[in-house]
Write a protein that binds this ligand. Structure first.
Ligand SMILES: Nc1ncnc2c1ncn2[C@@H]1O[C@H](COP(=O)(O)OP(=O)(O)OP(=O)(O)O)[C@@H](O)[C@H]1O
Length: 365
């Protein structure tokens, strides 16, 4: 749970200090006030990346060239932790006063899920987006994920470098490690698909699926022929890989096919896609909770919740989150909608954002 957040020089937010509630937190403000920037700060703190840009430099307030974000976290395994991330030409992360090598340790203590304008890329964009979903799940489900992923990526890049240099012997030398780590990585990804598939059809997502023309189904493509091992795929493809100067099969080619009513979800309507996204995000959260009951509940970020969804769809999503008792930050320009939600779910916290300043809103009786 994200108990408190402090940010400096994140986009138009000069400085913000917030104590969040453990349930629904509504962030209300006009267009351009800084609502998405606040969610972006949470995302950077949790994952070390933004959901709006690959370049953290862009997150820093124009003219400043640096930003800092700190959070007070709580989970049932570690108790209270203090996490921080700052950027000044490069990213540095720290946990409980110690500088970290990467950002993994914070991600583990702050599992986060988000739905925002870019989330549609998961359904309609490049396979990379869906591989990221599979790797996200593998990270939480399997303790050897980081080790195997780093092993595979290094061996894969070394093999590709050898292919570029037309050195068949060197390429072959990296294949055993790439095949072993790549096979394990693929097993983990397949297990995530199984978990997601099960939760997608669970009762917790039934509200999100209501009104859809059929079932949501997932099919995993591992990145090479199902009829051979990865070691065999590397060996069989080596001559052709040398001609092309890069490896054509392996985990870097994996994809997840998402189908609605038997058709690729990219052909579904925007409203249907939004429901599929919402069902997927709840399924992801259930995967986390399933690993660590009681301690693994995610922080959910919903940017511009009212956009692109009918009232019934939105109501069912908020209902599901409230029932599951997950912490959730929801932004909206619609303060009337915000007050309605706050009235319906006791314990909801409300914040108002105006010209980059965030203020808690006292709740009406
Ligand atoms: N690096 C930056 N430095 C300063 N301001 C920035 C930076 N990047 C974006 N902005 C500005 O910050 C403001 C807040 O943007 P943000 O996307 O957070 O608004 P929002 O409240 O989510 O708006 P909307 O409701 O329209 O989505 C915008 O005016 C934007 O132009």
């Amino acid at each position: 749970m994200l108990v408190g957040l402090w940010t400096r020089d994140v986009r138009n937010l000069e400085e913000a200090r917030i104590r969040f509630g453990s349930g629904l937190n509504l962030i209300v403000g006009a267009n351009g006030s800084g609502k998405t920037s606040l969610l972006e700060a949470c995302h950077v703190l949790a994952i070390g990346r933004s959901f709006r840009t690959h370049r953290l430099a862009r997150v820093a307030r124009t003219g400043v060239g640096a930003f800092s974000i700190a959070g007070e976290l709580w989970d049932s395994i570690h108790g209270q932790s203090r996490a921080g991330v700052e950027w000044k030409g490069q990213r540095r992360s720290r946990l409980n006063g110690q500088w970290l090598e990467g950002h993994w340790e914070i991600a583990r203590r702050m599992p986060l899920l988000s739905v925002h304008a870019g989330s549609f890329d998961l359904l309609t964009g490049a396979p990379e987006e869906r591989r990221r979903l599979l790797d996200w799940g593998s990270f939480y489900l399997h303790t050897d994920f980081v080790q195997q992923w780093l092993l595979w990526r290094r061996a894969h890049e070394q093999r590709n470098a050898a292919l570029r240099q037309q050195d068949a012997q060197a390429a072959e030398r990296f294949e055993p490690v790439a095949a072993a780590a790549g096979t394990r990585l693929t097993e983990m990804r397949a297990s995530v698909v199984e978990h997601l598939r099960r939760h997608l059809n669970a009762s917790a997502t039934s509200g999100m699926r209501q009104g859809l023309s059929g079932e949501i189904d997932l099919a995993f493509r591992q990145g090479w022929s199902e009829n051979e091992t990865l070691a065999d795929a590397y060996a069989r493809g080596r001559t052709s890989d040398l001609e092309r100067r890069f490896g054509q099969s392996g985990p870097q080619k994996a994809d997840l096919e998402i189908r609605l009513a038997g058709r690729p979800v990219r052909e579904a309507s925007r409203g249907e896609q939004k429901r599929v996204l919402n069902a997927l995000v709840i399924a992801q959260g259930l995967v986390l909770v399933g690993i660590n009951p009681g301690g693994g509940a995610p922080l959910l970020l919903l940017d511009d919740a009212v956009a692109e969804m009918d009232d019934a769809g939105l109501e069912r999503l908020i209902d599901a989150i409230a029932t599951l008792q997950w912490q959730c930050l929801v932004t909206t320009v619609d303060s009337e909608w915000g007050w309605r939600v706050a009235k319906r779910y006791p314990g909801t916290q409300m914040f108002h954002v105006k010209h980059g300043a965030v203020e808690p809103q006292p709740m009406a009786d």
